[in-house]
Ligand binder design. Structure first.
Ligand code: PHE
Length: 338
């Protein structure tokens, strides 16, 4: 019988659980009214005298072991319950999934940083514009054929109201409300009625820049663009290809020399090494006049680059539609670019 008790002591000692019910079952089994201990205590009378001492010690030990076990297990469970309900600060936190900045925002912020280093501030304006700010003030009077270059979404009930086709509209607003020297960039979403494909979409994002002061020249424009491409892409070789915009004269397309080192270089530059990133030019005197700036006293340059296009280039995104679908599997890949 003593051996049996010793086995029970070992069993009680080894017992462990996380569940309150199991602690209670253990307590009833060992310490309950009809539990093992009471059975053995009752047995005590029948034990031979010479074994009484050893037997007595064994059941006392069993009692203490079982009682201690119940106490420590109960205490442990109570503590962990308290930790849950009282917000124990040392507990590990619940996992929080952290979002990523959208690639458009990443590139937009980079461009803002680059230009703020040379004194440009950021200006913003409405996406729903009027004809004056989007077209007329920019030297595109009604029936000007160049209006067709930008397939415009008009608000049906009012042909004077439209979704801006470029952020040049913000520059008009800025010139109307500020006096030179002006150095501002206007990032934002613009809309054009285009056939949707992997390379074009009905809305995209631009940053346009404007610098107006005394004696601003085309050389200043080129220098500024060269600074920008060096900072943005690490490429300092640019080419200004003659072009036409109603609001600038002379006008040019901005090409960056991307190189032809890798297969991707060949693909994105169509084998030429050159990549078009936007348009630019000297602000047309008519535009300055429309915005109450004297073209005899001031001159300036303007440029516009596509954010989506730059994001696609830098992050090797092959389809512009990925930028507006907001699929988290796509967006999550930009966590490290924060
Ligand atoms: N507004 C032009 C466009 O959206 C870009 C541009 C801006 C060109 C400034 C010249 C000067 O296409």
């Amino acid at each position: 019988m003593i051996d049996k008790i010793k086995e029970l002591i070992a069993e009680a000692d080894a017992f462990t659980t996380q569940s309150q019910e199991e602690v209670e079952a253990f307590r009833i089994k060992f310490l309950g009214k009809k539990g093992l201990l009471n059975t053995y205590f009752a047995e005590f009378r029948n034990v031979a005298n010479d074994q009484k001492k050893e037997f007595g010690q064994a059941i006392n030990q069993l009692k203490n072991t079982a009682q201690d076990k119940v106490n420590t297990l109960k205490e442990g469970l109570a503590n962990s319950e308290e930790a849950v309900s009282s917000g124990d600060l040392s507990r590990p936190g619940d996992p929080v999934s952290i979002g990523a900045r959208h690639p458009i925002s990443i590139v937009k912020n980079q461009i803002i940083d680059i230009f703020s280093n040379i004194g440009f501030n950021v200006s913003e304006g409405p996406e729903i514009e009027d004809d004056w700010h989007n077209f007329t003030a920019l030297n595109l009077p009604e029936y000007h054929p160049a209006r067709d270059m930008q397939d415009t979404f008009f608000i049906q009930t009012n042909p004077d109201i439209l979704l801006r086709t470029h952020t040049s509209s913000v520059q008009v607003r800025y010139m109307e409300n500020n006096v030179p020297p002006i150095r501002t960039i206007s990032p934002g979403r613009v809309y054009r009625n285009e056939a949707i494909s992997s390379r074009s979409h009905c809305f995209f994002h631009q940053v346009e820049g404007l610098y107006i002061d005394k004696d601003v020249s085309f050389a200043d424009l080129k220098q500024t663009l060269q600074y920008f491409t060096t900072e943005m892409f690490g490429k300092s070789k640019i080419r200004l290809r003659p072009s036409y915009f109603p609001f600038t004269e002379p006008s040019a397309e901005i090409d960056v020399y991307w190189g032809l080192e890798t297969e991707t270089d060949h693909k994105i530059t169509k084998g030429t090494g050159w990549l078009e990133i936007g348009g630019c030019g000297m602000v047309d005197p008519n535009v300055l006049k429309n915005c109450n700036i004297d073209p005899e006293e001031y001159s300036g340059f303007a440029f516009g680059v596509g954010i989506d296009r730059i994001a696609m280039l830098l992050h090797q995104i092959s389809d512009i539609r990925l930028l507006s679908e907001n699929d988290v599997r796509f967006l999550e890949q930009f966590k490290s670019a924060l």
